[in-house]
Write a protein that binds this ligand. Structure first.
Ligand SMILES: Nc1ncnc2c1ncn2[C@@H]1O[C@H](COP(=O)(O)OP(=O)(O)OP(=O)(O)O)[C@@H](O)[C@H]1O
Length: 370
């Protein structure tokens, strides 16, 4: 068994008696060298969790274990963690290299060693040429890179990043994503990364903890949380999804990865193929289909294609996002703009999908009457 770098056990934070806990018995195991994204909507407890791991805030209950040692109440400066918090801005009265070297100075590293390590940390974020600048002479993106160098230079056992890209424009965000990921992979620093941006999490993380109301709803690889969401919340929060309430009529055989291929009945639309966990026959579930997995035909080709009308089109550059009215609902689909003849409002459209792209959620729908 692989020993976790970081174990979070029943971690709870209640800001005041009578308030709901901001973090509610949260459990998580982080493997050495992994980048884990804490992802969730505003107020779900991401920053509170990160601050407790950092030692900036005392938990109400639960424990934090790093390398097998409990550190729940260890003071922040004894934890050996690197942090980039928004509230932890660069020191304004120190130049770039003094900022980056600060942690080493505190640890009484020799002057010559400090110089060497600061230079290499600045190289890592490709800002060696700005070593003598003051923070106010740097752009927002450069400041964030310096903050990252300052966190990395102490070779932290854990790197904690709280929305480190939040103040950057879209283009720089993307560049910095790649940069942080490649630095993290080079240094193998185990990293917790708070974000509310699903694309950032999917792109950067080895594992994603999808949080909701102080709890982790799902912990898994980007592919798992995207392809096999455990709950409607996860399916909705990560990417876009169509939900259809479906009666699971019969088992049709085994699918990949221990899943079962089912025939399902979607009220008003007919019977279709889908996949899900074993044991769902006879129940009512929600079917999740990602918009780009819906095929949109212009002719009634497939026998089980669902006829509809294009009622909304929006252009996103590479793709057209279309709303297709079928019976009493609208399904969202996506078409590549390079895929030939594009639909217009009011056109007839025929929707179909491959069984493996229609996933039955393990969680029962809120009201299971179909
Ligand atoms: N100092 C505080 N006192 C009381 N409640 C707080 C305090 N700080 C945060 N909270 C509450 O705790 C919950 C979790 O807050 P937290 O900042 O951890 O969320 P978050 O997921 O990081 O949100 P965001 O994405 O908006 O930063 C929220 O309901 C918030 O209002």
């Amino acid at each position: 068994m692989i020993e976790s770098k970081l174990s979070i056990v029943d971690l709870t934070k209640r800001y005041a008696a009578g308030l709901d806990p901001a973090v509610d018995r949260l459990n998580m195991e982080v493997e050495e060298g992994h980048l884990v994204a804490l992802l969730g909507p505003s107020g779900c407890g991401k920053t509170t969790t990160l601050r407790m791991v950092a030692g900036l805030m005392d938990p109400t209950a639960g424990s934090i274990v790093v390398d097998g040692k409990e550190i729940t109440h260890t003071p922040v400066n004894k934890r050996g963690m690197g942090m980039v918090f928004q509230s932890y801005a660069l020191f304004p009265h120190m130049n770039v290299e003094q900022n980056v070297g600060f942690g080493l100075q505190m640890r009484q590293v020799s002057k010559s060693e400090q110089q060497k390590r600061v230079a290499s940390a600045l190289d890592m974020v490709q800002l060696g040429h700005l070593a003598k600048r003051q923070p106010k002479e740097l752009s927002g993106g450069q400041q964030q890179r310096i903050a990252l160098a300052r966190a990395l230079v102490v070779e932290p056992t854990l790197l904690l990043l709280d929305e480190p890209l939040s103040n950057l424009d879209a283009k720089l965000r993307e560049t910095m994503r790649t940069e942080i990921r490649s630095i993290q992979q080079r240094t193998r620093a185990t990293t917790l990364f708070v974000t509310h941006d699903q694309d950032e999490a999917l792109d950067m993380a080895d594992r994603i903890a999808v949080m909701n109301g102080g709890l982790i709803e799902q912990f898994g690889s980007p592919t798992e949380v995207y392809e096999r969401p455990r709950t409607r919340f996860v399916a909705n929060f990560i990417g876009q999804a169509n939900f259809l309430k479906a009666r699971v009529v019969a088992e049709m055989g085994s699918a990949a990865d221990g899943e079962i291929h089912y025939k399902v009945d979607v009220e008003g639309l007919g019977q279709f193929g889908a996949v899900g966990a074993p044991g769902m026959a006879g129940s009512t579930r929600e079917l999740v289909i990602r918009p780009h997995r819906l095929r949109v035909g212009t002719e009634h080709g497939a026998t089980d294609a669902i006829p509809g009308i294009i009622e909304r089109i929006s252009y996103t550059g590479d793709a057209l996002s279309v709303g297709v009215r079928v019976a009493d609902r609208t399904l969202n689909a996506q078409l590549l703009t390079s895929s030939g003849k594009l639909p217009r409002l009011g056109d007839a459209a025929y929707l179909s999908w491959d069984a493996q792209d229609a996933y039955l959620l393990p969680e029962a729908p809120e009201s299971s009457a179909s």
